[in-house]
Design a protein around this ligand. Structure first.
Ligand SMILES: Cc1cc2nc3c(=O)[nH]c(=O)nc-3n(C[C@H](O)[C@H](O)[C@H](O)COP(=O)(O)OP(=O)(O)OC[C@H]3O[C@@H](n4cnc5c(N)ncnc54)[C@H](O)[C@@H]3O)c2cc1C
Length: 569
C-alpha cells in the first residue's frame, strides 16, 4: 500500500459525552482521548520563561496565538493530510514540453501560508527588534511539533538572506519579495509574485559533505555578474521555490550563485526536475534531483569563495535543525505524558507506575535541556552582530547544538513512542511521523561527523571560540562541584583534543552536556538541574532512558509537564 492511499488523519473528534456510545458492539475502553485543543506554547513552561528572559516578550501574543492554532483539530489534520497526499512531480505537459512542476495538496499550502504569515521565514531580518531570533525560534519550535516537513523551504528562505547579502544589488532586488508575509505558490516569474521562497543546491552525486567535489560548471556571460550553469544537484529540496542558492565551479573555483526558476526576461530557466526522492520521512516536502542545462544564474559574492558565502546560509539552517529537534522532542514528550495520564495498566494509570515515571521524567529532562540549549543558541544569533563574545560563542555553539540535539532526538522520540505501546506504532498517533523526521536533522546541513569536525575547526582556527565557551561555562562556576570537575577536565583536554579527529564526537558530546548542565543550573528548577547533572554528568544513569536513580525528585521533574498539559488539554 502506498502512503498516499492510506488514511492517516485523525477522524473528527466527537464530544466526550458522545464518545462512550461509539465503537460498535464494544465501546472502546481505556483508550486515550486525542491530544488536541491545548496551547503548544502556554503548556511549555520552559519556552514561556525563555522568551521573557531572552527579550522576546514582545512576541508573546503572536506565539500564544500560533500555539493555540497549531493544536486545533483542523491544523493537526493539515499535518496528516500533507503527509498522506504526497507532492506529485509533472516533468512534462501533454505535448511533451518540459513542465518541471510539483503539485501539492491544499493542506501543504495551509501549512505554508500559516508559517509565512507568522514570518517564520523572515522575522529577524525585518523586525530589527532585539530578541527576534528567540521569538522566531519559539514560533519554529511550535511549528515543527505540528508538521516539520514544510519548515524546510521556510528555513531555507530565512537562511538564504544571510548569504544573499554578500551581493548587495541582488539582495536589494530580492529581499522585498522574500520578506513579504504573503504566501504566493504560483509558478510564475518572481517579479510578478507577491512573495517568494528560496532553496539551496549544494549536494551532488559524488559528494555532499565535501562540496569541493562539485562538478557543476559556471560559465560567465561576457564581463557581467551573470553566468550559465551546467550540471546537476543530487538533492534539491522544495524545487518549487522561486530561486536557489547553488554552488558551481567557475574559473576562479567553487562559487555561489542565485539561480531562479524563471530568467529575468520572463522565460522558464533551464532547471529540470528529474524525479522526486522516495524518502523515509519528511514526506510532505518534495526533495528532488535536478539538472541544469545552461541555466541562467547571478553570482553571489566573490568568485572562488562559494563555500565562505553559502556558509552563512548553512549556519542559519543548522540553527533551525537544533530548533526543530527540540520541537520534535517536546511534542514526543507531550504525547507520551498525555497517554500515560489517561491509560491504565495493572491497576494504575501509567503515569503512576514507578518505572513509567522514571521513563517520562528522563524524557522531560532531555526535552528541557534541548529547549534551553536551542534558545541559548538563538540568543547568540540575536547578539552576534554587536557582541564579539556572542559571535564567537555562536560560531561554536551552532555546531555543538546541531550535533547534539539532532543526535538525541531520534532516541528520545523512539522512547516516547514506546510509552504509547502499540498505539505509538500506528500512524494516527503522529509518533511514527515524528520518529521518521528525527534522523533527517542529523543528516542534512552537516551530518554528525561533519559537525564534530567543525567543532574542532572552530577550536583550532578561532581561539576566541574557546574563550567564549569557557566564559559561558564560568557563569555557573562554583554552583555544582560535579559540573566544576567536568568543565575542568574538558578544559584541560581542550587544546590537545582539538586536533584529535578520532575523538571529536566524544569531545563535542561533553561540551554539549556541560553547556546544558550550566543552562539548567541557571534556568531550571533545582530538582530538574540536579536530575540532569546527576544522570548525565555523574554517570548515575544507564544507556537507555528511564534509568534515573532514586535520588531524582520525579514528582518535581514531571510536575511542569503534567500540570500544564492537564490544564490545557
Ligand atoms: C531529505 C533530504 C533533503 C535534502 N535536501 C537538500 C537540499 O535541498 N540541498 C542540498 O544541497 N542538499 C540536500 N540534502 C543533502 C544532504 O545535505 C546531504 O545528504 C548531506 O550533506 C550528506 O552528504 P552525502 O549524502 O553526500 O553524504 P557523504 O558526504 O558521503 O557522507 C556520508 C557519511 O560520511 C560522513 N563523513 C563525511 N566526511 C567525513 C569525514 N571527513 N570524517 C568522518 N566522517 C565523514 C558523514 O557525516 C556521513 O555520515 C538533502 C538530504 C536529504 C536526506
Amino acid at each position: 500500500m502506498t502512503a498516499s492511499s492510506r488514511q492517516l488523519s485523525p477522524q473528527p473528534i466527537a464530544p466526550s459525552s458522545e464518545r462512550a456510545d461509539v465503537g460498535g458492539d464494544q465501546a472502546a475502553q481505556n483508550q486515550v482521548p486525542p491530544l488536541t485543543g491545548y496551547n503548544l506554547f502556554l503548556s511549555d513552561r520552559t519556552l514561556v520563561q525563555a522568551i521573557e528572559r531572552e527579550g522576546a516578550g514582545w512576541a508573546r501574543e503572536q506565539i500564544t496565538e500560533l500555539g493555540r492554532l497549531l493544536s486545533t483539530e483542523e491544523a493537526q489534520r493539515w499535518g496528516f493530510e500533507a503527509n498522506e497526499n504526497e507532492p506529485v512531480l509533472h516533468t512534462h505537459d501533454r505535448f511533451g514540453n518540459r513542465r518541471d512542476e510539483v503539485v501539492f495538496h491544499p493542506a501543504w499550502h495551509n501549512l505554508m501560508r500559516t508559517s509565512v504569515a507568522n514570518r517564520l521565514h523572515s522575522l529577524p531580518w525585518e523586525s530589527g527588534r532585539s530578541g527576534a531570533h528567540v521569538a522566531r525560534a519559539a514560533l519554529m519550535m511550535l511549528t515543527a511539533q505540528n508538521e516539520a516537513g514544510h519548515t524546510c523551504p521556510i528555513s531555507m528562505t530565512f537562511s538564504a538572506i544571510a548569504a544573499l547579502r554578500a551581493e548587495p544589488e541582488l539582495a536589494a532586488e530580492w529581499e522585498p519579495r522574500i520578506l513579504s508575509a504573503v504566501y504566493d505558490p504560483r509558478f510564475a516569474p518572481a517579479q510578478e509574485k507577491s512573495g517568494v521562497l528560496l532553496g539551496m543546491g549544494m549536494t551532488e552525486k559524488q559528494g555532499g559533505s565535501d562540496v569541493r567535489a562539485n562538478t557543476t560548471r559556471a560559465e560567465r556571460i561576457g564581463s557581467s555578474r551573470e553566468y550559465l550553469i551546467t550540471g546537476h544537484k543530487w538533492f534539491c529540496s522544495a524545487p518549487m521555490c522561486d530561486a536557489f542558492l547553488i554552488l558551481a565551479q567557475a574559473p576562479q573555483g567553487l562559487s555561489c550563485f542565485l539561480l531562479p526558476r524563471w530568467t529575468p526576461d520572463g522565460k522558464r530557466n533551464a532547471f529540470h526536475i528529474q524525479r522526486l526522492k522516495d524518502k523515509m520521512g519528511n514526506r510532505s516536502n518534495a526533495s528532488s534531483e535536478v539538472e541544469f542545462a545552461q541555466a541562467w544564474a547571478h553570482a553571489v559574492g566573490e568568485e572562488g569563495r562559494g563555500v565562505q558565502t553559502i556558509i552563512e546560509m548553512v549556519n542559519h539552517t543548522r540553527l533551525d535543525c537544533a530548533i526543530a529537534s527540540a520541537g520534535l522532542m517536546r511534542q514526543a514528550l507531550a504525547q507520551a505524558v498525555h497517554h500515560a495520564r489517561h491509560r491504565a495498566a495493572f491497576g494504575k494509570l501509567l503515569i503512576d507506575q514507578p518505572l513509567m515515571r522514571n521513563v517520562l521524567a528522563d524524557l522531560a529532562i532531555e526535552s528541557e535541556a534541548a529547549t534551553l540549549l536551542m534558545v541559548r543558541l538563538a540568543h547568540a544569533f540575536d547578539h552576534r552582530g554587536t557582541d564579539e563574545r556572542e559571535r564567537a560563542f555562536c560560531r561554536i555553539a551552532t555546531a555543538i547544538a546541531k550535533y547534539w540535539l539532532c543526535k538525541r532526538s531520534p532516541m528520545h522520540v523512539g522512547e516516547a513512542l514506546e510509552c504509547l505501546g502499540g498505539n505509538g506504532y500506528v500512524e494516527e498517533s503522529i509518533m511514527p511521523r515524528l520518529y521518521r523526521e528525527a534522523p533527517l536533522y542529523s543528516i542534512w546541513e552537516g551530518s554528525g561527523n561533519v559537525m564534530c569536525l567543525d567543532v574542532l575547526r572552530a577550536l583550532t582556527k578561532e581561539p576566541a571560540t574557546v574563550e567564549a565557551l569557557l566564559a559561558e561555562l564560568q557563569l555557573t562556576a562554583g554552583a555544582d562541584k560535579r559540573l566544576d570537575a567536568f568543565v575542568e577536565s574538558i578544559g584541560n583536554r581542550l587544546t590537545a583534543a582539538a586536533s584529535d579527529k578520532y575523538a571529536a564526537r566524544n569531545l563535542t558530546e561533553k561540551l554539549a552536556l556541560a553547556l546544558q548542565s550550566s543552562l539548567m543550573l541557571r534556568y531550571s528548577s533545582p530538582a530538574m538541574a540536579e536530575a540532569f547533572i546527576g544522570s548525565r554528568l555523574a554517570a548515575q544513569h544507564g544507556q537507555a532512558f528511564g534509568t534515573l536513580t532514586e535520588e531524582v525528585d520525579v514528582k518535581d521533574v514531571l510536575s511542569g509537564v503534567v500540570e500544564l498539559l492537564a490544564v490545557s488539554a
